[in-house]
Design a protein around this ligand. Sequence first.
Ligand SMILES: *[C@@H]1O[C@H](CO)[C@@H](O)[C@H](O)[C@H]1NC(C)=O
Ligand SMILES: *[C@@H]1O[C@H](CO)[C@@H](O)[C@H](O)[C@H]1NC(C)=O
Ligand SMILES: *[C@@H]1O[C@H](CO)[C@@H](O)[C@H](O)[C@H]1NC(C)=O
Ligand SMILES: *[C@@H]1O[C@H](CO)[C@@H](O)[C@H](O)[C@H]1NC(C)=O
Ligand SMILES: *[C@@H]1O[C@H](CO)[C@@H](O)[C@H](O)[C@H]1NC(C)=O
Ligand SMILES: *[C@@H]1O[C@H](CO)[C@@H](O)[C@H](O)[C@H]1NC(C)=O
Ligand SMILES: *[C@@H]1O[C@H](CO)[C@@H](O)[C@H](O)[C@H]1NC(C)=O
Ligand SMILES: *[C@@H]1O[C@H](CO)[C@@H](O)[C@H](O)[C@H]1NC(C)=O
Ligand SMILES: *[C@@H]1O[C@H](CO)[C@@H](O)[C@H](O)[C@H]1NC(C)=O
Length: 430
Amino acid sequence: MQFKSIALLGALASIAFADDDVTTSSASAASASSTLSIASGCSLSSATATAQADLNKYASCSALKGDLTISGSLATASLSGVKAIYGSLIINNATLLTSFTADSLNTITETLDLKSLTILDTLALPELATVGSINFVTLPALDSIQLNTGLTQINSIYISDTSLETLDGFDVTSLDTFNVNNNKNLNSIDSKLENVKVALEVSYNSNDVEVAFDQLQWANNITFNDVSSVSLSSLQKVNSSLGFINTSLTDIEIPNLTAIGGSLTFVSNNDLEEIELSNLTSISGGFDISNNTALSVIDGFDSLETVGGAIIFIGNFTNASLPSLKRVSGGVDIESSGDLDCDSFNSLDKKGSIQGDSYVCKGASTSVSSSIASTSTSSKASSKTSSSASGSATASSSSASSSSKGAAGSVGVQTGSILAGVAAFALSLI
Ligand SMILES: *[C@@H]1O[C@H](CO)[C@@H](O)[C@H](O)[C@H]1NC(C)=O
Ligand SMILES: *[C@@H]1O[C@H](CO)[C@@H](O)[C@H](O)[C@H]1NC(C)=O
Ligand SMILES: *[C@@H]1O[C@H](CO)[C@@H](O)[C@H](O)[C@H]1NC(C)=O
Ligand SMILES: *[C@@H]1O[C@H](CO)[C@@H](O)[C@H](O)[C@H]1NC(C)=O
Ligand SMILES: *[C@@H]1O[C@H](CO)[C@@H](O)[C@H](O)[C@H]1NC(C)=O
Ligand SMILES: *[C@@H]1O[C@H](CO)[C@@H](O)[C@H](O)[C@H]1NC(C)=O
Ligand SMILES: *[C@@H]1O[C@H](CO)[C@@H](O)[C@H](O)[C@H]1NC(C)=O
Ligand SMILES: *[C@@H]1O[C@H](CO)[C@@H](O)[C@H](O)[C@H]1NC(C)=O
Ligand SMILES: *[C@@H]1O[C@H](CO)[C@@H](O)[C@H](O)[C@H]1NC(C)=O
């Protein structure tokens, strides 16, 4: 009888759906994008589990739809059987939680959000491969994650204030943002990333963190703070800005980099002795090398032809040369406490290649000889005018040095705003 079989179906509904799920999901193992069906009882607009019993209710759900939050005074938690969450998995404020396991979980379409889990030391996600966003914040006891399959599809990674020692298992090759900061035990990052569409930032992890992004070909923004080595051997293009701030790098070499779409910054890298970006031909924004106390020579930019913003070099270097430079759209401010020869920049200025309204080049000896001319005009406009006037004169060493003297006379006026500008830029990167 028809009624009877419908009643029977109803009684067996959960079993029937569970069987259906198993069939569908074995197909989905091959392709993360295929969608599992949602059995009744597995659709939650949002649910909060505060005990293991709450999680056991989902054991027959291959897929959960909605956001699942785990919170409260659980000591351990496990989500068994669930292969996909079409939504977010949030674990927060579970200060007694030491262990979380999701033995079958392969996909989370939205966010995996783990926050303020002060004694969590075991995180087992053996099957996890696809996640919208990873957000791990304040997990001070977490030193490793079990990721047997490995994460291959993620849009965004934010990992802050954990005890992670490696990022092994984060095997993604392309994403929007990668921000890993303040993980004090993180000693090395060896990434498979090939491109980063929005921003890549590695900052304030272990003081000795060694960072390798050797498959990375392009990234929008890149910022490194407080790293001890960086390898970017495949990097060809930075679409926006590239910055090295307050690192302990001794040297940096990026052989394949040819173009930077925004600014290039090296600020307060106290051990930095050598920068070698020998194939870089253009920087579309500003170019700042400031306060790198061990940097005595700036000579690693043999191919650099154009700078779209201003050049600011401040430090204790004795030689700065940009032999291929043809055009600087902004001003040039070079100030060294070392014995710097300004001749090559003076001749660029005379050729009209420095298009901004200020040109300053000041070294220890230039500043000494310019004291003779210290009563000369000191406004930006007149120093610019006097140097272009001398540019129309026959090039001789005496006219070159007089242009450098006139420029040096305006240094005192400009230094404050230059430093303020560099400091503001550095703050914007932090
Ligand atoms: C965290 O959980 C405690 C109890 O375990 C509760 O009193 C507190 O309000 C919760 N805080 C948040 C931000 O949920
Ligand atoms: C960055 O530049 C690369 C190489 O030119 C290009 O393929 C990529 O689409 C650019 N990315 C962005 C976000 O503009
Ligand atoms: C650097 O660029 C050259 C020429 O494009 C290429 O042959 C080489 O493989 C690149 N090196 C790396 C490490 O990507
Ligand atoms: C630079 O790093 C030191 C510690 O290494 C820190 O105290 C200081 O605040 C950092 N400065 C900036 C500008 O980030
Ligand atoms: C980098 O420049 C060198 C010469 O300075 C050249 O031999 C090499 O092919 C260039 N590499 C790339 C990737 O352009
Ligand atoms: C500049 O460098 C020289 C060595 O090249 C050193 O003797 C001097 O103390 C440095 N000055 C400053 C202000 O760092
Ligand atoms: C500065 O460096 C350039 C390039 O390395 C070199 O040709 C030049 O002789 C150096 N000048 C001084 C004064 O050391
Ligand atoms: C450079 O160092 C000087 C002196 O230590 C400091 O006043 C200035 O703020 C530093 N600039 C930057 C951009 O860190
Ligand atoms: C890239 O970096 C620059 C300079 O720090 C900043 O102004 C800009 O907002 C950054 N863009 C992105 C997409 O992060």
